[in-house]
Write a protein that binds this ligand. Structure first.
Ligand SMILES: [Fe+2]
Length: 247
């Protein structure tokens, strides 16, 4: 089971190029790459919009991903509106209040799609997550969410825009007898963080990548990044692909 994970596209309205980057073109290039990769599914990891959720942008994105012959799953980021996103992706049955979270078996493997768009999970989402983890106890689990659930030594992001409930998340994971892999975005870096039975794969953006060590906001480079995830009966492998300039 191969998944492509594209995240942090930060799309604006047509013709809007944040920081001079043609983010729509970048997204389309990433989709072209995904088409060649021939995955079984595509995940959009949130921060689809650059500023706030926008129906027209979500509809445009839906139109683009519908051209691929694979299902597309969406996560809400802190710049998204979960309700608008769910409406555009005909996914409203997965809305719980104003949060978009759900569980799907992918190739027989349980996958949880969380909504961290408010920087934390609501009490209802925590209850839902605990119940699912209890039911899935003996399975290795894949969790997809926008925020890295724990600090990642990316100084600026850890200080300014971290997930607000890392300790609670780690406490729950620590109790599980299985391995948990989290694939996430938000930090605009490609990084692996392991703690106990938890492995977090931070994924690069299609907009810009951040420097890891800077205490201030600092861009590392503008290459478009895409994560590939392979789920096998033996475990998980993952690779980050960067498109070459001009590709
Ligand atoms: Fe974000």
């Amino acid at each position: 089971m191969k998944l492509a994970f594209i995240t942090d596209m930060h799309l604006g309205t047509e013709g809007e190029n944040p920081q001079g980057v043609d983010v729509r073109q970048n997204f389309l290039k990433a989709l072209d790459f995904v088409a060649d990769m021939k995955p079984n599914g595509l995940v959009l990891g949130g921060d689809i919009c650059n500023d706030t959720g926008d129906r027209a942008i979500y509809e445009w994105v839906k139109k683009q991903v519908d051209q691929l012959p694979i299902p597309c799953y969406v996560l809400s980021g802190n710049h998204d509106d979960p309700t608008m996103l769910a409406e555009a992706f005909r996914n409203t049955h997965h809305l719980h209040g104003s949060e978009l979270y759900y569980a799907l078996p992918l190739d027989g493997r349980p996958v949880l799609f969380l909504d961290s768009s408010k920087g934390e999970l609501s009490p209802e989402q925590w209850t839902w997550l605990r119940e699912y983890l209890k039911a899935l106890r003996d399975n290795n689990i894949l969790i997809l969410m926008h925020h890295p659930p724990l600090p990642a030594d990316v100084v600026f992001m850890d200080r300014k825009y971290p997930f607000g409930q890392s300790d609670a998340f780690l406490d729950i994971m620590r109790e599980l007898p299985c391995h948990v892999t989290v694939v996430c975005g938000h930090y605009h870096v490609d990084k692996v963080v392991q703690r106990g039975n938890l492995l977090a794969l931070l994924s690069p953006s299609t907009f810009y990548q951040m420097q890891h060590n800077s205490p201030e906001f600092a861009i590392d480079h503008y290459q478009i990044g895409i994560r590939e995830i392979n789920l096998t009966t033996h475990g998980t492998t993952s690779t980050v692909h960067y498109l070459k300039p001009g590709q």
